[in-house]
Design a protein around this ligand. Structure first.
Ligand SMILES: [Mg+2]
Length: 347
């Protein structure tokens, strides 16, 4: 077994910076945050704990030459928050393990990257009262940045929204709009020049997605949704997950799909593809009984009815798309793949 080594100077400075730059977010359920051997969480009586974990790996989930560090930090946290949102949970705390290339630990420019990464992570954490309550740092064994985040949330015991609760006849809804993240991602990779600085986060669905926590919590509190999932891999993939878990099939109305303005700048065919298969929109997709009172929006986030769920048929596809001309086609799961060196896509 390898002998445990004391942390190199660059790493100690990194830890010091993380502590000093620690976010202002306070959460009453975090009895003890960064600074001891463990954090202590104290969920309210009658609540249970939800846990989700996500890798953010350079070259797979982001590219240093395309994603501003603030975006990498934001997205690292946003992905886990979106999973909590999908289950109607309230986030309590985040834990981050971060491995940085040795060159970054010894150079000022590398630490600038770290400061900006945490600025992005803390900005989103502050918005949702999610303190960074602990973590670990290490020198990366390669020249790649590796981050692993754990998000802890809570929900009233037995009430979390799951993928499996939908019933035949339920209507299908989606929050916000679709295809924006895929459209922005495509533009990030086609531009030859460095990408311009970000002025308004809301205009950047790929770089700065907004997890739909308020919507998820409202769906849970008002007992509206029978099942829910977040759209991380594209609606075709995530709706398939929901249908399989609930043992149903879905029909989507093409004209009802809310297309993001950035996707509308593509050809109609590309826009539809981005809306159905583009990953990382981080919207919520949920089912509700036909008689449920589904609000048109929650906290300014629109909610759109896009289809229905039905009993499965032996020869019927899991997802059918009804076109404006009355024809129907089967939709296969086609969420975006993680990118590799040969395929310049990312998720
Ligand atoms: Mg998810």
């Amino acid at each position: 077994m390898e002998k445990p080594q004391s942390k190199p100077l660059g790493e100690l400075e990194l830890i010091d910076r993380i502590r000093r730059g620690s976010n202002r977010a306070r959460n009453p359920s975090v009895a003890l945050g960064i600074g001891d051997d463990c954090a202590i969480l104290r969920p309210a009586a009658g609540y249970e704990i939800l846990v989700t974990t996500d890798f953010s790996l350079e070259g797979r989930h982001f590219r240093r030459d395309r994603h501003p560090p603030e975006s990498v930090g934001h997205r690292c946290l946003a992905r886990g928050l979106s999973d909590l949102a999908a289950m109607g949970a309230t986030p309590l705390a985040a834990f981050l393990s971060l491995a940085l290339p040795s060159a970054m630990l010894s150079r000022r420019r590398g630490l600038d990257w770290v400061d900006r990464f945490f600025a992005g992570l803390h900005h989103l954490g502050d918005l949702h009262n999610v303190p960074l309550a602990g973590g670990d740092t290490s020198e990366s064994p390669s020249d790649l940045i590796l981050a692993d985040i754990v998000l802890i949330g809570s929900a009233p015991r037995g009430r979390s929204l799951r993928r499996s609760g939908a019933r035949p006849g339920d209507a299908l809804y989606v929050t916000g709009s679709l295809g924006g993240a895929a459209a922005e991602l495509a533009s990030l990779f086609t531009r030859r020049k460095p990408n311009p600085p970000v002025a308004n986060l809301a205009d950047h669905p790929h770089l700065f997605p907004e997890p739909r926590l308020a919507v998820g919590q409202t769906l849970l509190r008002r007992r509206i949704a029978t099942a829910a999932i977040d759209v991380s891999d594209g609606i075709s993939t995530d709706l398939t997950h929901l249908c399989q878990a609930s043992k149903l099939r879905a029909e989507i109305d093409q004209t009802a799909l809310p297309i993001h303005p950035l996707a509308k700048q593509l050809t109609p065919e590309q826009a539809l593809k981005a809306a159905l298969h583009g990953g990382e929109d981080y919207e919520l997709l949920f089912a509700a009984p036909p008689a449920a009172r589904v609000p048109r929006s929650v906290g300014g986030v629109p909610i759109t009815r896009i289809g229905t769920l039905q009993r499965p048929g032996s020869k019927k596809p899991i997802i059918t798309l009804a076109h404006p001309d009355g024809t129907r086609t089967a939709i296969q799961p086609g969420g975006w793949e993680h990118f590799s060196a040969s395929r310049k896509t990312v998720r």
